[in-house]
Design a protein around this ligand. Structure first.
Ligand code: NAD
Length: 288
């Protein structure tokens, strides 16, 4: 199956942590990218941030100055959904909320070309449910990147009930063309990685709640002795507790309240306090 042509326009919606990374990946692969966020000015700010990130790579000798300039030139902020009408692929990376994402997909169906692929970077929501309200649910698919998207190789290509195999193959080939290692999966709660990761977070949080050890000790054990790249507390600080809590809730609800996936009160307290992790300056650790 052929990947998307490298000059095809890719639209990314949501200029937060994931949207920024995905936009960078698509632009590095040669696509003209339109970035839209409903916070005025956010998309332009994110593109400036990508430019700074790429600048650091140039300083370290990991990227040529020309590649940086070409990549940034391919990134354009969009000030409305109408400005995404000529995209061949839209990847949404907005808030992890089923109704909000469904509303966005309905608006996209009105505005985008009939053959435009509507992909979601959701971490846990059902692709089948996201697609259900559309006139053409067969154009919806999950394209789940990991954080930070420019560095993490894995991309889950998630098929809902209506997703044709040919579309999944096309996005799989596209992810490969973007230098990623995709995997096909069905739309089951949490897909593969977020499903397996639930007990990793949940047991770490229970150990903390029971006073077994503090966050730094547990993280150091998992990272330096256990061989994980990061411990659960530093990793959820990176993911964002609002995002991680929403994912935990969604997997818990999808399994009819199965205790194994029960969200932690510690997580909820952090979200209620606005201590969302790195992005807010405070989480389990302080970053300010
Ligand atoms: P984020 O909070 O950093 O960014 C979300 C962005 O979407 C914000 O800039 C917000 O202004 C914008 N937004 C919200 N609603 C919008 C709307 N209706 N229209 C346009 N823009 C809107 O969140 P994130 O961490 O980038 O996560 C985004 C998505 O990616 C979620 O579905 C999340 O589950 C998924 N995801 C997150 C991670 C992670 O580690 N953070 C990893 C993989 C997937």
């Amino acid at each position: 199956m052929h990947p998307l042509a490298s000059n095809a326009i890719v639209a990314v919606i949501g200029a937060g942590a994931m949207g920024a990374g995905i936009a960078q990946v698509a632009a590095r692969a040669g696509h003209p990218v339109r970035l839209y966020d409903n916070r005025p000015g956010a998309a332009a700010q994110t593109i400036e941030g990508i430019d700074r990130q790429l600048g650091k790579l140039v300083e370290k000798g990991k990227l040529g100055a020309e590649a940086r300039a070409d990549t940034v030139a391919r990134l354009q902020p969009a000030d409305s959904l109408e400005a995404l009408a000529d995209a061949a692929l839209v990847i949404e990376a907005i808030v992890e909320n089923l109704e909000v994402k469904r509303g966005l997909l309905r608006q996209l169906e009105e505005r985008c070309a009939a053959d435009c692929i509507l992909a979601s970077n959701t971490s846990s929501l059902s692709i089948t449910s996201l697609a259900a309200g559309l006139r053409h649910p067969e154009r919806v698919i999950g394209m789940h990147f990991f954080n930070p998207a420019p560095l993490m190789a894995l991309v889950e290509i998630v098929s809902g009930l209506a997703t044709p195999r040919a579309l999944a193959e096309r996005l799989y080939a596209t992810a490969q063309a973007w230098g990623k290692q995709p995997v096909h999966t069905r739309s089951t709660p949490g897909f593969i990685v977020n499903r397996v990761a639930r007990p990793f977070y949940a047991e770490s949080l229970r150990l903390r709640q029971e006073g077994a050890a503090d966050c730094a000790t547990l993280d150091a054990l998992l990272r330096d002795v256990g061989g994980f790249r990061m411990g659960a507390f530093e990793l959820t600080d990176l993911i964002g507790h609002d995002v991680n809590y929403a994912v935990t809730r969604s997997v818990f609800d999808a399994y009819y309240g199965d205790f194994r996936f029960q969200p932690s009160l510690i997580q909820k307290e952090l979200v209620d306090a606005g201590r969302l992790g790195r992005k807010s300056g405070h989480g389990f650790y302080d970053y300010a």
